[in-house]
Design a protein around this ligand. Structure first.
Ligand SMILES: CC(C)(COP(=O)(O)OP(=O)(O)OC[C@H]1O[C@@H](n2cnc3c(N)ncnc32)[C@H](O)[C@@H]1OP(=O)(O)O)[C@@H](O)C(=O)NCCC(=O)NCCS
Length: 331
């Protein structure tokens, strides 16, 4: 049975840098508060009119260049995003059109911060069963157009940023390369602990003036609850994928944790007793880019740490749902 290898990763972030100091002009906050609680120094925001499909296309084209593939080499698209351009259809179809791939299937994944790993599990199953040999897996988010940037929404608004990461996945018969294990989890009892209530199909009409006034159209987060669950679930799922493949934490060359918050990533590192050189973070420059965060961080981490063929890499995510997931692969 073939395994799933990453042929190349491409990334894209909008040019506009928004620093913590910039945010102090929109809301009551401070660089000190944001840096101490989250580690974030700046994030990227799109210009008006730019959606997640735009970011995804740019990241995909970079990945195609890096892999030496043409768009026509892609046999299936998996698109993870909580911030698609429109209510429906999902951005997978918009990306399909932009890449000029009529007939190529496009699957949309709505698993928030775990979206990239949920998408990976599907793409991996397709590749291992021989359904497709070359799959585009992309995570892309535009948060900035959906944040409450007044003081009312400051706990959430300072955390999230825009960006995209695209991985080209291919079947390999190389025994020293590819995805070894993926594990997915969810606990819907916490669905309302990190969510955007409206617009939604339970409301008639779906878009209501009172929801705009009350702030129900903005994301809401029970920050401390998210924090407490994330620092338990992420180490747990890393141990789970390591155990599934018969490895221990000492074997890890690199852990790329979802970039939720630097304090969460540091707590995960401590819990797994990993050295600094075994973990890579870049939330300082991008904030939390949800489904885009793992490919964005993996691409930079692979370069910064000089990942080599066969190195053992773990990926871990936690986010809204609650959902969480882990993956283990040989680079
Ligand atoms: C959001 C988070 C940073 C808040 O930190 P916290 O220590 O829990 O802070 P609290 O929510 O208790 O708020 C502490 C105070 O800071 C204030 N505050 C919240 N956001 C602020 C901001 N951006 N700037 C300044 N003050 C802020 C609160 O209003 C509160 O003030 P009060 O004590 O006068 O009521 C933290 O809970 C967290 O990191 N949670 C995980 C979030 C996350 O990773 N989400 C992504 C999930 S994938």
């Amino acid at each position: 049975m073939p395994r799933t290898a990453i042929a190349a990763i491409g990334t894209f972030v909008p040019e506009r840098v928004v620093t913590n100091a910039d945010l102090t002009r929109l809301m009551e906050t401070s660089d000190e508060w944001i840096t101490q609680r989250t580690g974030i120094q700046e994030r990227r925001w799109v210009e008006p009119g730019v959606g997640a499909a735009d970011l995804a296309e740019a990241a995909t084209r970079q990945a195609l260049d890096r892999a030496g593939w043409r768009p026509g080499d892609i046999e299936a698209i998996v698109f993870a995003s909580l911030s698609p351009d429109h209510m429906f259809p999902g951005d997978g179809c918009f990306l399909n059109a932009r890449l000029g791939l009529p007939g190529v299937p496009a699957l949309d994944v709505r698993n928030q911060c775990s979206g990239f790993l949920y998408g990976l599990s599907v793409a991996d199953a397709w590749i291992r069963t021989g359904t497709y040999r070359r799959v585009l897996l992309v995570g892309a988010e535009v948060h900035s157009t959906g944040l409450d940037v007044s003081t009312r929404g400051r706990d959430v608004a300072v955390i999230f940023g825009d960006g995209a990461g695209a991985a080209l996945l291919e079947a390999t018969d190389d025994p020293d390369r590819g995805v070894l294990a993926v594990r997915l989890h969810a606990d819907g009892r916490h669905a309302r602990d990190l969510w955007t209530d409206a617009p939604g199909s339970v409301y008639s009409p779906r878009s209501r003036v009172e929801d705009i006034a009350s702030g129900a159209t903005y994301p809401h987060m029970e920050g401390q609850k998210v924090f407490k669950h994330a620092i338990v679930r992420m180490p747990e799922v890393v141990r789970e994928v390591l155990a599934a493949a018969g490895h221990g934490t000492a074997d890890l060359k690199l852990l790329v944790p979802h970039q939720a918050n630097l304090r969460i990533a540091e707590a995960v590192q401590r819990s797994l007793e990993l050295r600094d050189d075994q973990v890579f973070n870049n939330i300082q420059r991008y904030g939390n880019t949800t489904a885009a965060s793992i490919p964005l961080c993996l691409a930079e981490g692979a370069e910064a740490r000089g990942l080599r063929r066969g190195d053992l890499v773990a990926l871990a995510a936690f986010g809204a749902g609650f959902t969480w997931a882990g993956a283990l692969l040989r680079w």
